[in-house]
Write a protein that binds this ligand. Structure first.
Ligand SMILES: NC(=O)c1ccc[n+]([C@@H]2O[C@H](COP(=O)([O-])OP(=O)(O)OC[C@H]3O[C@@H](n4cnc5c(N)ncnc54)[C@H](OP(=O)(O)O)[C@@H]3O)[C@@H](O)[C@H]2O)c1
Length: 320
């Protein structure tokens, strides 16, 4: 496929949309089934997506990895798989952060065993562990690469200073994964100077803000009380109303262009300077088909600029 993007200064080339495996893990998304998840992964491949983002903790017991295997993805030619270590769920399904090197190495081995591969392309530290010096966790990711269990390293959920420190101890780092969407751009802006200096690519997550920016949840949407999105401030009260104001304008622009809001949002994201990949989660085939079509959508620079200005008007309200 044309338009592949280089990660760091490596030979790895990926689609500007990466498939995010969190929803199919079934931990926080409602109504997830194994059949629909496998069909969604197949749909992602059919759309040309070649980059899959999973983690040791995507599922209480590796559910996302097992679905990747069921869909035949780990052994498929040309596919790039990134995983993460540093978080896990215990037997009571409570999530823990654990950045201790022995845990990171053990969980990396389990990821490879689950996926049935000898190495993944990228292994990230999922997030810094406040109880473990970052240098030690970074050293463990470097060791995972040295042992041939991953081709490259990465880190997620860090600030600029932490990224600098991480790279010092894990020079094989080629990617950083911050949250990035129209409403949350601060992390990217902070990280960008380090990324440019160190040739590190940005892989943004929450591009659709957990479905909000797909634009299909109406202003008066009544969330299922079990829907964990309700715990995020952006899905509540005044913030929800302001997000809907932005979406109203995006709905008009999308209608003029003959595309959907999700496609417009993703097209804007992958056109954003400094973003190499937009991670998009999905749990049904039609969702990823819709989103993936953004890779072929041309939006004129003046419209992208209008959206940037529009998002800037709302942004400070949502950054957290
Ligand atoms: N490094 C980290 O700490 C971190 C944290 C979060 C995420 N991530 C990564 O980033 C990926 C993306 O984040 P995410 O999956 O949480 O959120 P997301 O991509 O912002 O949103 C995904 C959700 O949006 C809805 N959706 C997707 N496509 C749609 C469409 N075309 N139309 C309508 N709704 C649509 C679906 O939810 P409903 O159908 O339920 O509405 C889907 O589960 C994750 O899967 C994961 O790989 C990493």
């Amino acid at each position: 496929m044309d338009g592949l993007r280089q990660l760091g200064s490596t030979p790895l080339r990926v689609t500007p949309i990466g498939f995010g495996c969190w929803p199919i893990a079934g931990v926080s998304s409602l109504g997830v089934t194994e059949e629909a998840s496998v069909a969604t992964l197949h749909a992602a491949l059919e759309c040309g997506i070649n980059f899959f983002d999973t983690a040791y903790a995507y599922g209480y017991d590796g559910e996302a990895d097992r679905l990747l295997v069921r869909a035949g993805i780990p052994k498929r030619e040309g596919v790039v798989i990134a995983s993460k270590v540093g978080q896990y769920f215990d037997a009571r399904r409570v999530r823990h952060i654990d950045g201790r090197p022995p845990t990171l190495l053990r969980h990396a081995q389990q990821v490879l065993r689950r996926l049935g591969v000898s190495a993944v392309d990228i292994m990230y530290l999922h997030q810094p562990d406040p109880h473990v010096p970052l240098a030690e966790s970074a050293g463990a990711i470097a060791e995972i690469v040295r042992r041939g269990m991953a081709r490259y390293g990465g880190v997620s959920n860090v600030d600029a200073e932490q990224l600098r420190q991480f790279v010092r101890h894990c020079p094989q780092t080629i990617v950083v994964q911050p949250p990035f969407n129209m409403l949350q751009q601060r992390c990217l802006h902070e990280l960008q100077p380090v990324c440019q200096e160190k040739r590190i690519s940005v892989v943004g997550y929450w591009v659709l803000m957990k479905g909000l920016l797909a634009g299909k949840l109406p202003r008066d949407h009544r969330f299922d009380p079990r829907d964990k999105r309700l715990t995020y401030p952006i899905f509540q009260g005044e913030a929800w109303q302001r997000a809907q104001d932005l979406l109203d304008r995006l709905r008009e622009i999308a209608a003029d262009l003959g595309c959907t809001v999700a496609q417009l949002v993703v097209a804007w994201t992958i056109a954003h300077p400094g973003v190499s990949v937009a991670l998009c989660g999905a749990k049904r085939p039609e969702q990823i088909r819709e989103t993936a079509a953004a890779m072929r959508l041309h939006v004129a620079p003046e419209i992208l600029q209008e959206i940037t200005l529009l998002a800037d008007r709302f942004r400070n309200y949502f950054e957290f």
